[in-house]
Every structure is written in C-alpha cells, then in structure tokens.
Design a protein around this ligand. Structure first.
Ligand code: MG
Length: 267
C-alpha cells in the first residue's frame, strides 16, 4: 500500500495511491479517526509533498562497510556494546520530490547520499533487543542525506554539514511493504544516479546494524512519534553535486525520488 501527501486548495491532504489514482483520506495514516473519503484524484493532478513532515529525523552514519571505507573510517562492528553512530537532521531540511536542492555558498563540496528511510507509525520507546519493529513502522521511502562534506570534515558536530534547508529530499511516497515477509526492509537494492549515471549501488542486506538494532538504540535514548523518520545509512559511491544536476534515489519495491540541484544565487 502506498501513501502520498499533497497540497490541494491550500490544505495538506493524505491519500492512498493505487494504479495512478489517489483516494483522499480524512487525516494522516496514523490518525485514529482517519477514513477514506469518496474523493478520487489522478496522481498527475497534484504536486506531491514529502510524504510526511517529521518531528525529528534520526540518521545512522556508516551502516555499510564499503561507505565507511571510502571515507577513510574504520568499519564499525555490530557486536554487542558497539552502538551505531547516530546524528540528526532538522525537520526544516525536508524537501519535496521534484524540488531543488540549494547549494549553500559556504560549502564547496555538497554530496548525495541515497538511503532507505523508515517512517514511524506508532509511538515507541525502549524497544527490546531484536524486538520486532513491524508494529511501530508505517512504511518505507527514499531519502537523500545531502551532506556538505567539507564542513563535515572541519566541524566537530555535523549540524551545519547535514542541516541546510533542502538537504533532506524525501519521497515520493510511503510504501508499507516494499517486499513480502517479516522484514520488508531487508534485501532492497538502493541506487543513486546523477544525470542518469549510476553513482551508488548497495543492498540493505549489507546493513552493519539491522533495523531492529537501530530502533533499539534510538529508542533507548528518545521516544519516536508517528511521522518521525529514520535514515538508515548510505552505500558506497557518494559524490559531489553541481548546479543543474538531476539526482535520483531509487529503491527496489518503492520507486524513485528525483530532485534537481541549484546554486544559492540562481534566479
Ligand atoms: Mg547518510
């Protein structure tokens, strides 16, 4: 099942997408009183927004061994006691599918990081070790963890490098089950293309830390609320973006998130 979020007559709406037709719902997918309305819309008739506006975006750094190596870092272990590297992006960085990533003048090296994003559907805190995450996950979508690599390397904290407006493209929709089975996030191909050229290719089966482990570690620290987003880390092949580029993140069973790139001073 696919959920889309869009604007219509100045209002933010949610809908269920099936074969190019949106069935408009009365509220967010996690709203207790939500119901399907009789209204139907063709997908092409409305510009899509990011499929949720999270209260927080929590990201995993270095969750694929090959990416840790390409940046010259030690590969973290998944042994008990070694926790994933976590950081946050601000909700103000969220960008709709199709919209432009704006390159800030203070950075000379803004890079793409295509990632699988997890959308929380139910409040959760202090999940147990290897506790099934399905009851708490609404679904999955594509995310581009856009990063000012030069600032990431000079700043001790990554708030600037990861936090510029437009640095978190998300979408195009939330897919509740990218593949059948008890772990619908496992075994998905994650690819990033720039101007049609394949730059990043990985598979979520190569996660160093499983989604169960990631949610256990995050919820040991903070309560996750419906609509919160988890970015699960990027595979190898990150690279620089330039004005005029078109960057696409494609995930098996979900679809493609496409965005353009523009300079800050472009008209
Ligand atoms: Mg990342």
């Amino acid at each position: 099942m696919r959920w889309v979020r869009f604007e219509q007559d100045g209002e933010i709406c949610w809908g269920h997408l099936e074969e190019g037709t949106i069935t408009v719902h009365s509220g967010a997918p996690w709203a207790a009183c939500r119901h399907a309305t009789p209204e139907r819309l063709p997908l092409e008739s409305v510009p899509l927004l990011a499929p949720c506006q999270p209260g927080k975006i929590i990201c995993v750094g270095r969750n694929y061994a090959a990416h840790a190596r390409e940046l010259g870092h030690a590969v973290p272990g998944a042994a008990p006691g070694e926790a994933p590297l976590l950081f946050m992006k601000p909700p103000s960085a969220i960008l709709a599918p199709g919209a432009a990533i704006v390159l800030p003048p203070v950075s000379r090296q803004v890079e793409h990081e295509g990632e699988l994003a997890v959308i929380i559907g139910k409040r959760c805190r202090r999940l147990g070790a290897e506790e099934p995450v399905a009851p708490y996950v609404l679904g999955y979508t594509c995310l581009n963890d856009v990063t000012a690599r030069d600032l990431q390397q000079t700043d001790k904290q990554w708030t600037r490098a990861k936090g510029f407006d437009t640095f978190c493209p998300l979408g195009p929709w939330i897919e509740t089950s990218p593949q059948p089975g008890p772990r619908p996030w496992d075994g998905l191909q994650v690819e990033t293309r720039v101007n049609g050229e394949l730059r990043q290719s990985g598979n979520t089966r190569d996660f160093i830390f499983s989604l169960e482990r990631v949610l256990q570690e995050i919820t040991a620290v903070m309560t996750l609320e419906p609509g919160d987003v988890i970015a699960t880390g990027t595979p190898a092949g990150v690279g620089k973006l330039a004005p005029g580029d078109r960057v696409e993140v494609t995930i098996q069973g979900i679809g493609t998130l496409a965005n353009t790139v523009t300079a800050a001073d472009a008209p």
